[in-house]
Design a protein around this ligand. Structure first.
Ligand SMILES: Nc1ncnc2c1ncn2[C@@H]1O[C@H](COP(=O)(O)OP(=O)(O)OP(=O)(O)O)[C@@H](O)[C@H]1O
Ligand SMILES: [Mg+2]
Length: 214
């Protein structure tokens, strides 16, 4: 596969959706062929699973049900969106992917890490991101950003601050032994954060994102 798969990760309010939109625009301006998506979601079926997971309308969701719904959404995202796009040589940029499952369902909910990794690999068919950028902000900062935007917390966010603190720590740990995961300081203005990400992308993949790319 000739494309590049880039994932933006982080806790709620870290700025993922903001940065995916900015990077999408940035690539468009440079003529870099790309496609953006989000997880869970990104397809009609995936968005329906997302509604179940985030709305809370279905009441309590057992941890393993949550895990399997996340992975069900991932399989369709990988099969129908990511793989075909990479095969066409596009840059795929995704708002969350497999790291979210390790951080939230394993470290956050307490499911067995090795088991979650194995199920993740099954769901993705082994497709990993070329790079996952974890936008790192303090949990309170992230929640404050969401609140400032007038958003009420979704079912998972509403789990609470201690849960989200575990998730943030998990991201930091997951980056330690993995060259394909990089921690990006999520503080400062959206433009500051974007510049940090672009710098990393250009350094790592100059043939795709460098001045002469596109
Ligand atoms: N660098 C930043 N500084 C201040 N505010 C920001 C910054 N980046 C994004 N925001 C604002 O903070 C709020 C949350 O950002 P965004 O929706 O991009 O986060 P997210 O990581 O996608 O969150 P979620 O996990 O809840 O989807 C938005 O209102 C956004 O405009
Ligand atoms: Mg978002």
């Amino acid at each position: 596969m000739s494309g590049r798969f880039i994932v933006i990760e982080g806790v709620e309010g870290a700025g993922k959706t903001t940065q995916v939109a900015r990077l999408t625009r940035w690539m468009g301006e440079r003529g870099i062929a790309h496609l953006s998506g989000r997880e869970p979601g990104g397809t009609k079926l995936g968005e329906r699973i997302r509604d179940i997971l985030l709305s809370g309308a279905d009441g309590a969701v057992p941890d393993r049900t949550e895990l399997l719904l996340m992975l069900a959404a991932r399989t369709v995202f990988v099969e129908q969106i990511v793989r075909p796009a990479l095969e066409r040589g596009l840059v795929v940029i995704s708002d969350r992917y497999d790291l979210s499952t390790l951080a939230y369902q394993a470290f956050g909910r307490g499911l067995d890490l090795a088991e979650v990794r194995r199920l993740n690999a099954f769901a993705t068919g082994g497709l990993r991101a070329d790079l996952s950028c974890v936008l790192d902000v303090d949990v309170d900062e992230g929640l404050a950003r969401g609140a400032a935007a007038g958003r009420s917390p979704d079912r998972i966010e509403a789990t609470g601050r201690a849960f989200l603190a575990r998730v943030r720590d998990a991201y930091l740990r997951l980056a330690e032994n993995d060259d394909a995961v990089v921690i990006v300081d999520g503080r400062g203005s959206p433009a500051d954060v974007q510049n940090r990400i672009v710098q990393i992308l250009v350094d790592r993949f100059p043939e795709t994102f460098g001045a002469s790319a596109g």
